[in-house]
Ligand binder design. Sequence first.
Ligand code: B16
Ligand code: MG
Length: 216
Amino acid sequence: MNNIKACIFDLDGVIVDTAVYHYKAWKRLANELGFDFTEHDNEKLKGVSRMASLDLILQWGGLTKTDAEKQELADKKNAWYVDMINHMTPAEILPGAKEFVEACKSAGIKTALGSASKNAGTILEKVGIDHLFDVVIDGNQVSKPKPDPEVFLKGAEELNIPPANCVVFEDAIAGVEAAIAGGMKAIGIGSPDVLGEANLVVKGLNEMTIEKLKKI
Ligand code: B16
Ligand code: MG
C-alpha cells in the first residue's frame, strides 16, 4: 500500500484525444506551405508544445522562417484548431476517464490536470469536466516543456501535496520522463513497449481502479 494523495492527468491522449484535430490543422498549414504532412509525422508531435511542433514541421518541409513568420503560422494553425475543438462534446471523453477521475475524488484523492496545451481550459469546458479537477496547469502557466517536470511540480505545489505522494497519468514518453524527473510515480497510458519506464502501463483509464493505484 503506497501513500498516493494526488493524481495528475495529462489531457491529450489520457482524458480526450485531440490528436486528430491537431493533425488536420497542421496538415492544412503544411499543404498551404507546399508540402505534405502524414499521420505518422503527427505521432512525433504528441505532448510537444505548439512552437516546438511548428519547428519540427518546418524542418520536415525544409523551410526556414523568421520568428515573426513563425508566430503568424502558429496563430493560423491554432485558429483552425480552436474552430474544431469548439465543437467537442462530452461523447469525446476517452472510455473510463471521467469515471476514474470521479473515483479518485470519492476516495479523497486530489486531482489536477497537467497539460502542454494552451487550449486545455476550453477543451475541459467543452467536454463538461472542468469541475472535476482541483487544479488545472496548462501551457499558459509553464515555460519549460516536458520532459522538464515543471508542469507536474506546479500541479503538486498548488494541490499542496509532496511530489512523492503524486501519480502522473501520461501517454507520451516525455511526460513519463517528466513525472519521474519530478520525483513522482508514473502510470503510462498506451503500450508497455513505448512507456516501459512507467511504474504501470494500462491501455486506458477504463483499466484503472483505486485498488491498482494503491498498489503501484
Ligand atoms: P496547444 P498534452 C499537447 O497536449 C498535445 O499532445 C500536443 O500535440 C500539442 O501540440 C500541445 O499540447 C500544445 O497544444 O497548441 O493547444 O497549446 O498531451 O500535454 O495534454
Ligand atoms: Mg498527452
